[in-house]
Design a binder for this molecule. Structure first.
Ligand SMILES: NC(=O)c1ccc[n+]([C@@H]2O[C@H](COP(=O)([O-])OP(=O)(O)OC[C@H]3O[C@@H](n4cnc5c(N)ncnc54)[C@H](O)[C@@H]3O)[C@@H](O)[C@H]2O)c1
Length: 437
């Protein structure tokens, strides 16, 4: 392995993963890591612990595990902490979430029961359908300081820390003046400005403690300009937003294929039912709006109206999420795609995806923890666009459009790892194309 390019620090010692929210996604992630450590399960869906990369030219036939290309934290070296606004330990929370079977949970009951959440920083104004009873008190400045103290305390027991937000989706917020700069944000913090959401308090606390922050939900968090500035100033990696799972994952797999064949799309209707707590939170129109905006952007860049007005100029994209308690975490999504081809002849594609949201999200939490830690050890700072692969609504630098095509995102992700390791980038341009002349 060569790490000369960036002088990446080794992944030595323990990585502390601090999770905001101890709900369906995070308990499924933690239980999974515990089972993997015990050799009971494989890390299916996880790039860091299963993924490979081809190196050099095709004739070399050189494939390595990603962990052989760059130094990555393994499952055995992760330590967990979490905040939640309910006091259930991880075992109780996992039972309530109802994602994993009782039999599976029993195998890691001891480890999960030992994980008790720290009190969360909460404001019901941002998540209307929840009433937490395990919450910190104080004004916003005091809450931010309390979160910073939590991080410092956890740091004492591990070698490095990353924070991943997987708490409930907050209401939709446009950035305003208080989000515009560190200075404005800190003044608003001191004034206990009600426009500062809890997720901003967590991200501020993490960045002030030089801890990378990944945002798994669609709310305005590390994408607020003040946080981008803070991440740059303190040289900390940030990334977001909204784990790419379920229907949007399908969309970013299928839409590029339709576009690559230059087929037109006149309409794409997506609807789904889900019955977990996430669904309950999204039943509030203001939280749903955050999700809707995050999901809707996906087709805009893959099927660009500007580049292909004749194919996508009239594309009607509609997304519905319906809270339906009987389904629990077992979501069902339907997509109807009206496409057209040669001579405008119409065709239809129907997708019926019976997915398990948290099963798709859990390996993403693992990957984000591992790769955000890698970014920090490589000295990367600010927005980590190469991690777009994992997000529904990838955070980009100002003025740069977000790449949504899963296949392009994957190339960018792996090429970044090759680049970090000082390996040649893979462009799929083999010598054979030139030698036929
Ligand atoms: N499940 C998926 O596939 C998926 C995909 C993309 C994004 N997400 C997002 O991930 C988040 C978690 O999803 P989930 O299914 O685990 O939801 P969940 O409702 O099961 O868990 C969220 C947890 O966050 C806690 N919480 C809420 N506000 C908090 C705060 N301020 N501080 C600390 N804890 C707080 C809740 O009490 C709850 O336990 C949601 O925002 C969801 O939209 C999930």
């Amino acid at each position: 392995m060569t790490t000369a390019k960036y002088n990446i620090k080794p992944a030595k010692g323990k990585l502390g993963v601090m999770l905001v929210g101890l709900g369906a996604v995070t308990t499924t992630f933690i239980a999974g890591v515990e089972m993997i450590r015990k050799g009971l399960k494989k890390p299916i869906g996880c790039q860091a612990w299963m993924g490979t990369a081809r190196l050099g030219s095709r004739t070399e036939n050189r494939f390595v595990k990603l962990g052989e290309l760059v130094p990555l934290c393994g499952p055995e070296d992760m330590v967990f902490a979490a905040w939640d606004i309910f006091s259930d330990n991880a075992y109780e929370a996992a039972l309530k979430a109802g994602v994993l079977s009782h039999d599976d949970l029993l195998q890691v009951k001891e480890e999960l029961s030992a994980l008790k959440p720290l009190e969360g920083a909460f404001d019901k104004g941002f998540v209307k359908n929840l009433d937490g009873n395990h919450v910190k008190s104080g004004n916003r400045r005091q809450l931010a300081e309390a979160l910073r103290a939590d991080i410092r305390e956890f740091k004492k027991s591990v070698d490095r820390v990353v924070v991943v937000w997987a708490a409930s989706t907050e209401i939709y917020c446009e950035p305003t003046g208080i989000h515009g700069s560190i200075d404005a944000f800190e003044k608003a913090l001191d004034a206990d400005d009600k426009k500062i959401s809890p997720s901003l308090l967590y991200s501020y606390a993490a960045l002030m403690e030089n801890v990378p922050f990944a945002n798994g939900a669609p709310n305005l968090t590390v994408d607020a300009p003040a946080m981008v500035e803070l991440a740059g100033k303190n040289r900390v990696p940030i990334s977001g937003k909204d784990f790419k799972t379920g229907q949007t994952l399908m969309k970013t797999i299928i839409a590029p294929g339709i576009k690559n064949r230059l087929l037109g799309i006149s309409g794409w209707f997506s609807t789904n039912i889900l019955g977990n707590r996430d669904g309950e939170v999204l039943d509030d129109p203001e939280s749903f709006k955050s999700k809707e905006v995050s999901k809707a952007g996906v087709l805009d860049t893959i099927c660009s109206k500007e580049t292909f007005p004749e194919l996508y100029g009239d594309l009607y994209h509609k997304i519905r999420i319906n809270y339906y308690p009987p389904r629990g975490d077992s979501k069902e999504g339907w997509d109807n795609i009206d496409i057209f081809g040669w001579l405008d002849y119409p065709m239809q594609i129907k997708i019926n995806f019976l997915c398990r949201d948290s099963i798709l999200a859990a390996p993403i939490v693992a990957d984000l923890a591992v790769f955000m830690d890698l970014a920090a050890r490589a000295g990367f700072k600010g927005i980590q666009e190469w991690l777009s692969f994992f997000y529904k609504s990838p955070q980009t630098a100002d003025g740069v459009y977000a790449e949504h095509d899963l296949h392009i995102q994957k190339i960018k992700f792996k090429n970044t790892l090759r680049h970090m390791a000082g390996e040649e980038l893979i462009t799929h341009l083999g010598l054979e194309y030139y030698e036929t002349e």
